[in-house]
Write a new protein. Structure first.
Length: 318
């Protein structure tokens, strides 16, 4: 929904208020042609410049001076003309021209209201990311109380929109197996909106990319970020399975160095994390190598009892 630009105060006699407007940013640090002509500069002396795009204009404004500059009559007139120009351009949806005027006006009136209007124009011009930065900048300045709630609402809406855009982009990248790019997009989505689902999707991407350690770390971070998220149960199962596989690998390495009892303990840990019958068999084998016959027999018995009929046929001796 379109919102008109806020009314910006001009510090002149009678405190005239003019409509400032949404659009694209001004030439960086340069005054527009209309400004120079008003200042007495001949139009012919001003070289023609290529018009800036909305993206080029929608960049953060310089931070204002700590001590406000008192405008003389000439500057007041210039400011009034720039704000009138911005209002007219905004009403006709000419956001580039509006923001050009607004950014020039900011040189004379550097406050949160003008920055807010620049943000409005950039949002209308489709520059969501840039307008978010400008709304946030306006909040840090002396913003008119009537605009504060509106500014906060726009920030939340833009963050949600940008997070969704990054989420959609990440899903497309994942479908083409561009894992690193997808993970980076979900990272940006989370910065816009701290929804744990983006961490979960990163974990899934790491797993598909064959990076189990990073996947495990992401699943654990997901569970800690939002323990009530609907995918937490699934994430915990995956965490347990991955941790069990790490214990399985550790046990195999211990067997290579003839540390059989330590290996048996590692396989017991793996089984506790993820009750897979094969861990019982391997633990029994480790006990057998360590000449712990009773423990080995107990392990083999449990393995035969718990192993599904059509699995691990060779280990079952069938």
């Amino acid at each position: 929904m379109r919102n008109d630009l806020a009314v910006a105060s001009i510090f002149v006699a009678g405190r005239n208020r003019l409509v400032a407007q949404l659009a694209v940013l001004l030439y960086s640090l340069a005054l527009p042609l209309a400004h120079l002509v008003a200042a007495g500069e001949p139009a012919s002396a001003v070289p023609a410049a290529a018009p800036l795009t909305a993206a080029e204009l929608c960049v953060p404004l310089p931070e204002p001076d700590k001590v406000a500059h008192t405008l003389d009559r000439k500057e007041q007139k210039l400011l009034r003309g720039l704000l009138e120009e911005a209002g007219t351009a905004y009403q006709s949806n000419d956001y580039v021209r509006a923001l050009t005027a607004l950014r020039s006006a900011y040189r004379y009136q550097s406050n949160g209201d003008v920055v807010y209007n620049v943000a409005q124009a950039c949002r209308e011009a489709g520059q969501a990311q840039s307008s978010l930065a400008l709304y946030e900048q306006s909040q840090r300045l002396d913003l008119e109380p009537s605009l504060k709630n509106d500014c906060k609402r726009h920030i939340e809406e833009l963050k949600s929109k940008l997070a969704k855009d990054e989420d959609d982009s990440a899903s497309r990248l994942l479908s083409t197996k561009e894992y690193d790019a997808a993970i980076a997009a979900w990272d940006r989505a989370f910065k816009y909106k701290e929804d744990a689902i983006y961490i979960y999707r990163q974990a899934e991407a790491y797993q598909q990319a064959g990076q189990p350690d990073k996947a495990l770390e992401a699943y654990e971070r997901f569970v800690l970020t939002d323990p009530n998220q609907k995918y937490v149960i699934d994430a915990k199962k995956k965490i347990a399975s991955m941790q069990a596989k790490k214990e399985d690998l550790r046990a195999l390495q211990l067997m290579q160095t003839a540390e059989h009892l330590k290996a048996a303990n590692a396989w017991d840990n793996a089984y506790r994390l993820e009750p897979q019958a094969i861990y019982l068999f391997r633990g029994a084998e480790a006990f057998n190598q360590a000449a712990q016959w009773r423990d080995a027999q107990a392990g083999y018995t449990r393995f035969l009892r718990e192993c599904p009929p059509m699995e691990w046929i060779a280990e079952r001796g069938i």
